[in-house]
Design a protein around this ligand. Structure first.
Ligand SMILES: NC(=O)c1ccc[n+]([C@@H]2O[C@H](COP(=O)([O-])OP(=O)(O)OC[C@H]3O[C@@H](n4cnc5c(N)ncnc54)[C@H](OP(=O)(O)O)[C@@H]3O)[C@@H](O)[C@H]2O)c1
Length: 172
């Protein structure tokens, strides 16, 4: 009889809304309010673990996101909203905390995306088809390393003043 060796692999997914010029935030705020995108974000991430930096946590209007396990990277924060989120002190610490999960979502911001992009398996992108002035940007993506799984374009929205599209990519 042979032993069956099963190895568990957690899918690390990045979810982000990026402008044409890679802008993602300014003054610790988002650059736009796309209600359909926020609904999509909630639908995709609910029931999963979300991983974020401390600045992104403090940018959220009501703190940790409900119906999701929230892991927050910080060197300094010991109490995470009275226990409604967990603090991780390094990337290896995050990886250890998620090792039994199926799919986790890295939700920002710039500093955290930069560290997770090289080890990410999937990218859920919302690409805003306009340039924005910003202080936080998404790192350069080498799309040769990914296959496009699906895309959907949303035509120009008069209220928003731009068009945008959704793209999902999987690492080759
Ligand atoms: N467009 C989008 O989809 C999107 C999504 C999310 C966020 N954003 C935007 O991004 C901006 C925030 O991004 P940001 O780059 O300024 O900050 P961030 O990545 O949210 O948080 C940075 C903080 O996380 C902690 N951290 C990061 N890496 C760590 C590590 N390896 N070990 C320990 N702690 C670590 C540090 O906290 P300590 O100082 O406590 O050590 C650091 O100061 C905001 O404007 C936000 O609105 C945009």
């Amino acid at each position: 009889m042979t032993d069956t060796i099963t190895s568990h692999k957690t899918t690390i997914s990045i979810i982000v809304a990026i402008a044409q010029n890679k802008a993602i935030g300014k003054n610790n705020q988002l650059l736009w309010h796309i209600s359909d995108d926020l609904k999509r974000f909630k639908r995709i991430t609910s029931g999963h673990t979300v991983i974020m930096g401390k600045r992104t946590l403090f940018s959220l209007p009501s703190g940790p996101l409900p119906k999701r396990r929230n892991i927050v990277l910080s060197d300094t924060m010991t109490d995470c909203f009275g226990g409604s989120c967990e603090t991780a002190f390094s990337i290896p610490d995050v990886l250890d905390r998620i090792k039994n999960e199926d799919e986790v979502f890295v939700i920002g911001g710039g500093m955290v995306y930069e560290q997770f992009l090289p080890i990410s398996d999937k990218l859920y992108l919302t690409i805003v088809e306009k340039d924005f002035e910003a202080d936080t940007f998404f790192p350069e993506i080498d799309f040769n390393q990914f296959d496009l799984l699906d895309q959907e374009s949303v035509s120009f929205d008069d209220n928003l003043g731009f068009s945008y599209r959704y793209e999902t990519w999987k690492r080759k």
